[in-house]
Design a protein around this ligand. Structure first.
Ligand code: ADP
Length: 231
C-alpha cells in the first residue's frame, strides 16, 4: 500500500507541470485567438480547457489522497481570516453558481475573525463541501454557508436543498471512491475522493466532520475545528 501511494504521489506530482502547460496554451488560444477562431474552433478550445481543468482537479485529488495515506503532510498553522477564506472560495466557484442560478447565503459570526489553523487544509475542506453543495443542488437552489464560535471551536455549516443522500448509502460516503446511487445516476461528474479528503483534512486539523441528509430534501455538512490549532 505504501509503495502504491508513493507511486500515485510521484505520478500526480509529475503530471502537474505538463497539465499546467496545456492549460496556459488553451487559455492563450482563447484569449489571443478570440477573433481569428471560428465558432467551431472556439467550441473545441473551450472543451479542451474545461477537460484540462478537470484533469488538473483529478490529479490534485490523487496527490492529496496519497499525501494523507502516506502521512507526509506537515501541518503549517498560521493566522487565517475566516471570512476572507469563505469569500475566496465562493468567488472561485461563482461561474458554477451563476450557471446553475444558485443563491448563496452567508451567515457570519462577527465575534470570530481570525483563527489559527492550516489554511491549505481548511480551504480544501470548504472548497470540497461547497462544491458538492452546488453540484448536488437543483438549478435555482439555495446554498447556505454559516460559521460561528462554540467554546474553543469554530463550527462551519454548509447546507443545501438538493438531492440529498439515500439512507442506505450514508454510512459509506466518507470512503474513498464511493458515490451514492442517486449521484451516480444524476451527476456523472465525480470521483468519490472529495469527502475522503475532507474527513482526513478535518482530522489532521484536530477536528471532525459530520452530516445530516434526507433524500430529495437536502444535506448539511458540519465541520468543527479548534479556533487555535497547536502542533
Ligand atoms: P464526488 O462528489 O466526486 O462524487 P465526494 O467524495 O465529494 O465525491 O462525495 C461522495 C458522495 O457523497 C457523492 O458522490 C454523493 O453521492 C454524496 N454527496 C456528497 N455531498 C453531497 C451533497 N451535498 N448532496 C448530496 N450528496 C452528496
Amino acid at each position: 500500500d505504501t509503495a502504491k501511494s508513493e507511486f500515485v504521489s510521484l505520478a500526480s506530482h509529475q503530471l502537474r507541470t505538463p497539465i499546467a502547460g496545456m492549460r496556459w496554451s488553451a487559455e492563450l488560444l482563447l484569449m489571443d485567438g478570440a477573433e481569428s477562431l471560428s465558432k467551431q474552433q472556439r467550441r473545441y478550445a473551450d472543451r479542451l480547457l474545461s477537460n484540462v481543468q478537470r484533469m488538473a482537479n483529478l490529479v490534485d485529488d490523487f496527490l492529496q489522497v496519497s499525501r494523507f495515506d502516506l502521512g507526509t503532510r506537515i501541518l503549517q498553522p498560521e493566522v487565517v481570516d475566516i471570512q476572507k477564506l469563505i469569500n475566496d472560495v465562493v468567488g472561485e466557484q461563482s461561474l458554477m453558481t451563476s450557471s446553475k442560478q444558485i443563491v448563496v447565503e452567508r451567515h457570519v459570526d462577527d465575534s470570530v475573525s481570525e483563527i489559527v489553523t492550516d489554511e491549505k487544509l481548511l480551504r480544501m475542506i470548504v472548497t470540497n463541501l461547497y462544491n458538492n453543495a452546488i453540484k448536488y443542488s437543483h438549478n435555482g437552489g439555495v446554498v447556505e454557508i454559516t460559521y460561528f464560535r462554540e467554546g474553543e471551536d469554530l463550527v462551519i455549516e454548509i447546507k443545501d436543498y438538493g438531492m440529498g443522500i439515500p439512507v442506505e448509502d450514508q454510512s459509506r460516503i466518507f470512503t474513498k471512491v464511493f458515490r451514492a446511487s442517486n449521484a451516480l445516476r444524476e451527476v456523472p461528474d465525480g470521483t468519490g475522493l472529495g469527502l475522503y479528503i475532507v474527513k482526513k483534512a478535518a482530522q489532521t486539523l484536530r477536528g471532525r466532520v459530520t452530516f445530516n441528509s434526507s433524500e430529495n430534501v437536502g444535506t448539511t455538512f458540519t465541520v468543527v475545528i479548534p479556533l487555535t490549532l497547536s502542533v
